[in-house]
Design a protein around this ligand. Sequence first.
Ligand code: PLP
Length: 390
Amino acid sequence: MEHPEIYLDAAATTPPLPAVIAVMQQLQQTAWANPSSLHGAGLAAAEALERARWRIAERFAVSPDQLIVTSGATESVHLALLGSANGLVPGRLVISSVEHPAVFAAAHQLEALGWSIAEWPVDGQGIVRLDQLEQLLSAPTRLVSLIAAQGEVGALQPVSRIAKACRERGILIHSDATQLVPQGCFPFERLGVDLLTLSAHKFCGPRGVGLLIRGPGVALSPLQGGGGQEHGLRSGTEPVALVSGMAEALMALPSFDPASHPVPPGCSLQIRRQRDQLLERLLELPQLQLCGPPLDQRLPHHIALIATTADGQPLPGRDLVRRLAAAGVACSSGSACSSGSSTDSVVLTAMGVPGIARKSGLRLSLGPWLSDQDLDAVPDRFASVLQAFP
Ligand SMILES: Cc1ncc(COP(=O)(O)O)c(C=O)c1O
């Protein structure tokens, strides 16, 4: 490649921290055994696992037995929705119209089991409309799933506010915090939800491991049977090194209180300043417009743009992403999972973005690996890519 790549795709995934790699490497050698085994090697693995659980629990101010280790957010979301619905009389599940596809998929499975699904509409900035609250939380709503921070446009959702309303009405609420946690840890109870999903690869931890955190007394049924690990909720030999890597990655994150400061502090001290400076320079290019919420309602590392030609015609996001990659800027078009398809962005459609512009979304998400010098080079690379469009 002509230019070294500047990685601006933290919302898709993040590189593991050196401390995470070191911990995992060590544990692959010293704690490789089955934590259920009663011999010395098994006990060493069980001890390492227990230590990791305590560290994680501390970051969310919960008891270790409130943690269920999963393979990542996709599995956590399915366990949260299908596992909690199993103990409820079928009713209405409310999900926002800007969820990750994993939530739509789990909801679809519940539909086949007699649940009705209602989508909570969003405004033009991608934030759920609170004027719909009374109607959507009326009977027969029994379950709500609300993304905490939307990955494609960075919109922070009023989760604490909606969780309080759910609690008052006896409705169970799950939040997919996969994009929120990488910008700050918080006491679980302060968000007010019953179930919370997260995934380690989004916060510089290992791929293939995540968590479902549940409130005390929240009943869940497992999705699969077997050896009964994770309190019988997720059978399978525990991946000790992955869980320990996840714990190590969580240690590097700042803390915040989502009930009083809905915008998380950001994964590094300088991230918000870097984002704001980069955004200011990118918006000097007439072909780029900011998309989604204002900065005080957006993830602190996140930029979402709509790209057009000089005379205002929307440019295809996927094509732009390929050209930017060739110019050494790694970013994505819409959510990582949908960037392989050429269909309209579900999120931009829900936000009311018109016609062809729904294919023109670009997402830049910053991480602690970026220097000011890296970011200084980005606007010029954007400018030359945009100029080269016919
Ligand atoms: C909000 C959200 N939920 C769920 C997922 C799926 O995460 P995982 O890859 O850990 O299954 C993602 C990943 O892009 C996400 O951004």
